[in-house]
Design a protein around this ligand. Structure first.
Ligand SMILES: C[C@](O)(CO)[C@H](O)COP(=O)(O)OP(=O)(O)OC[C@H]1O[C@@H](n2ccc(N)nc2=O)[C@H](O)[C@@H]1O
Ligand SMILES: Nc1ncnc2c1ncn2[C@@H]1O[C@H](COP(=O)(O)OP(=O)(O)OP(=O)(O)O)[C@@H](O)[C@H]1O
Length: 279
């Protein structure tokens, strides 16, 4: 069975508070994008295994995709070995939720293979025990996320921008970024104050903001440089996604996005991906 696992971007991410367990409450607009990993599931194999050719991705039972399979079979009450092959296209530890998307896809693929024993809501609850971003990928469309990211309401007004992603050679730890966030210094609240779930024709490009950006950008000035370059080349807005470091720019036309991608990849340091918002 072959499945595509999309990446996500956070069009805005406001951290509203810190919980006693160290997790954070969010108000975030999340959208899947068409940059995808490709997963191959093989059934009827002698033992469970996983292969992935990316050096930062573990090929053992700690992989989120493997953990998702274990979780599914435990909930099902029966175990069958499965081999998971991951063709990694989504930059790793980059703020694009690649591991979470792989886990969500495994849960959904196994659920389909075994005749839908669990509802989508049940799968989302299962996914939450693997990571805060997993329920979003099971939800599968643009959404306003609250709670730690698991309370999702569909958001249908996203304009279908072309998305140019700029990924860097460095990766960041999500836990580290949240830990270093000074909640007194966040500024998203002001920007998204007038955001309305119901208003039609809302241009998200005007509301791009991410409370985690200053934390990651203080260590990696390339983030600010990449955002500026995107806007200078004609992006309607640019922002770091999630805990970073990947930056995205929103473009109204594909031609300008492509041209910008060609120009910004010339420094040999930045990897550029052209994608679309999905859903
Ligand atoms: C940055 C985002 O990608 C934005 O969508 C998510 O908030 C992160 O989601 P994720 O990587 O699936 O997060 P998890 O794997 O559950 O948690 C990794 C670490 O990030 C921190 N974390 C995560 C989510 C959240 N709402 N508050 C947090 O403080 C916690 O320290 C946690 O130990
Ligand atoms: N299937 C997987 N794909 C990618 N990384 C995985 C996977 N399973 C485990 N990992 C580990 O998880 C870490 C985070 O990877 P991932 O690409 O999901 O980060 P991210 O995009 O920053 O996620 P998020 O935005 O949800 O915080 C990596 O350092 C990697 O070692």
């Amino acid at each position: 069975m072959e499945v595509l696992c999309p990446a996500k971007i956070n069009l805005f991410l406001h951290v509203t508070g810190r919980r006693p367990d160290g997790y954070h409450d969010l108000f975030s607009l999340m959208a899947p994008v068409s940059l995808c990993d490709r997963l191959t599931l093989r059934f009827g194999v002698p033992e469970t295994g996983l292969t992935c050719d990316h050096p930062l991705v573990p090929e053992n039972e700690t992989n989120l995709a493997w953990r998702a399979a274990d979780l599914f079979f435990t909930a099902l009450g029966q175990y069958a070995p499965v081999h998971i092959g991951i063709d990694k296209q989504i930059p790793v530890a980059a703020g694009l939720g690649g591991g979470s998307s792989n886990a969500a896809s495994v849960l959904m693929a196994l659920n389909r293979h075994y005749g839908h024993p669990f509802s989508r809501e049940h799968l989302m609850r299962m996914g939450l025990s693997l990571g805060a971003d997993v329920p979003f990928f099971i939800f599968g469309k643009p959404a306003i996320a609250t709670g730690i990211g698991e309370k999702l309401v569909p958001y249908e007004n996203v304009i279908h921008y072309h998305v140019l992603l700029i990924a860097f050679e460095f990766s960041v730890s999500t836990a580290g970024v949240y830990k270093n966030l000074n909640l007194g210094l966040t500024n998203c609240k002001k920007i998204i104050k007038s955001f309305s779930l119901k208003k039609q024709g809302f241009d998200v490009a005007h509301y791009l903001c991410n409370d985690l950006e200053t934390v990651t950008a203080s260590d990696y000035p390339d983030i600010i440089l990449a955002k500026k370059s995107l806007v200078d080349h004609g992006a309607k807005g640019a922002l770091m996604s999630g805990s970073g470091p990947t930056v995205f720019g929103l473009f109204s036309d594909a031609e300008t996005a492509e041209k910008t991608g060609r120009s910004l990849s010339q420094n040999g340091k930045w990897a550029v991906y052209l994608a679309n918002l999905i859903g």
